[in-house]
Structures are given as structure tokens and as C-alpha cells.
Unconditional design. Structure first.
Ligand code: FPP
Length: 233
């Protein structure tokens, strides 16, 4: 059997277009996107994937119309509140990356509760990128290294890759082996720019709300057929 990716990162794109095709509100596309996420999470768990990181809300998404942001926040709250017990039962550990301080208190509290409830779990790590942007993450990492320097917590002025990694939101995660982006767009959109250095990229035309467990398996097959050399020959 070929090796399974340990960490899969996903850009869940195409919710808006899915809704438009059906003459529905964009929020309906996001709602259907949550259904797709449920199925993918289940399949990833079944396949023994260790970490699944999904791009749920980017630092740039705040520029969307207020009504869409409100709908996304509501969905997020509903999802975290409604799903964390079931995920806990499945031994899933919920974590996040991104700067949560911009979310309202209610959301922050529910996320903290879900993380606390599931923190000892040893199954799939479901990692949600929320108010996440890779440039923002790197900026925060650099600031935190400067804080350490000011506090006399480090030696010398040289900075290593390891030190930077320890200050990124992903400090406890291996780099993704596979990135999947749906909806035919072929760019990274400020997602995990440091961590994707050697990741295999799989792009599919399928819109996120239509993405199924079977599609996940297909993407993994494509990954398994790639020759990963990490810059070596
Ligand atoms: C991109 O599609 C998708 C998003 C910006 C949000 C993704 C969110 C979800 C799938 C649901 C919420 C997640 C959780 C964890 C509850 P788009 O709106 O940019 O689509 P478009 O490019 O077709 O307009």
C-alpha cells in the first residue's frame, strides 16, 4: 500500500459559484459547504489521516459584504456548538490556526470550549483556519521572536528556521503533505505559505459543496502517484 498523507490541507473554494448556479444566496453555498466538510472529515478519519486543516475564514474574507460575513459567523457558531460533542465521541481533536481575537466573544468562547473538550483526543486532528492569513501568521511569529529577544529569552541574534517554526500557529503540526483546492482556481491565496514549501498540490474543478469522500480518495491517489523529492534527485 502506498503511503497515506499524514496532513492534508484544503482550500474549500466555490461555495458562491455553487449557489449562483442554483440561483440561491451565497450563504446557501456555504451551508452546503459545511455538509461537504462533514463528509470529508468522516472520510479522512476513516482513512486514518492524522491532520486535516481547512481554510474556513481568511484575513481577507472580512472585506466581503457584511451579510455574508454574518452568515459565515452564524454557520461557524452553529457548527462548533452543534458538532463538537459528536466529534469528541469520534476521538477527533479540534484545533485552530489564525488570530481568533477578531471574532466576537461568543464565538471565541465556543471555540475555546470545543478545544478544551477535545484536547486529549488521539484520533484525527481537525484544524480550522479562522481569520487566518499566512502573511499575518509570519508577521505575528516575527513579533513574537522580537518579544522573546526583548525579554532576554533567547541567545544571540541569529534566527533559525526551527525558531520561526516554533512561533508559527502550526508549531505543533507537520507540514502538509497534500493541498487540495477545489473549484478550478490555481493559487494559494495566502494559505500556509511557509508550510506548503514541499507540499504536493492537487487542483480539482469540482466546487466545494459538490466535493465528496470519493473525491478526497481520488486526490489522495493522485498524491500517491507523485514522486516527492524535496529538492533532492
Ligand atoms: C470559499 O468559497 C469559501 C469560503 C470563503 C468559506 C468556507 C466556509 C465553509 C465551507 C463553511 C464554514 C466552515 C466551518 C468550519 C463551519 P467562495 O465563497 O469564495 O466561493 P466562490 O469563489 O465561488 O465565490
Amino acid at each position: 500500500m502506498k503511503e497515506m498523507p499524514k496532513h492534508i490541507a484544503v482550500i474549500m473554494d466555490g461555495n458562491g459559484r455553487w449557489a449562483k448556479q442554483r440561483k440561491k444566496m451565497r450563504a446557501a453555498g456555504h451551508r452546503q459547504g459545511v455538509e461537504a466538510l462533514r463528509e470529508v472529515l468522516e472520510k479522512a478519519d476513516e482513512l486514518g489521516i492524522r491532520h486535516l486543516t481547512v481554510y474556513a475564514f481568511s484575513t481577507e474574507n472580512w472585506a466581503r459584504p457584511k451579510a455574508e460575513i454574518k452568515a459565515l459567523m452564524l454557520l461557524l457558531l452553529e457548527y462548533i456548538k452543534g458538532e463538537s460533542k459528536a466529534l469528541h465521541k469520534k476521538n477527533v481533536r479540534i484545533t485552530t490556526i489564525g488570530d481568533l481575537t477578531s471574532f466576537d466573544d461568543k464565538i471565541q468562547k465556543e471555540i475555546a470550549k470545543a478545544k478544551a473538550l477535545t484536547k486529549e483526543n488521539t484520533g484525527l486532528n481537525f484544524n480550522i483556519a479562522l481569520n487566518y492569513g499566512a502573511r499575518d501568521e509570519i508577521k505575528r511569529a516575527v513579533s513574537s521572536i522580537i518579544d522573546d529577544e526583548r525579554a532576554g529569552k533567547r541567545e544571540g541574534l541569529a534566527v533559525s528556521e526551527e525558531e520561526i517554526e516554533k512561533h508559527l500557529d502550526t508549531r505543533n503540526l507537520p507540514d502538509p503533505d497534500l493541498l487540495i483546492r477545489t473549484s478550478g482556481e490555481m493559487r494559494l491565496s495566502n494559505y500556509l505559505l511557509w508550510q506548503l514549501a514541499y507540499t504536493e498540490l492537487v487542483f480539482t474543478e469540482t466546487l466545494w459543496p459538490d466535493f465528496t469522500g470519493k473525491d478526497l480518495e481520488e486526490a489522495i491517489k493522485e498524491y500517491q502517484n507523485r514522486d516527492r523529492r524535496f529538492g533532492k534527485i
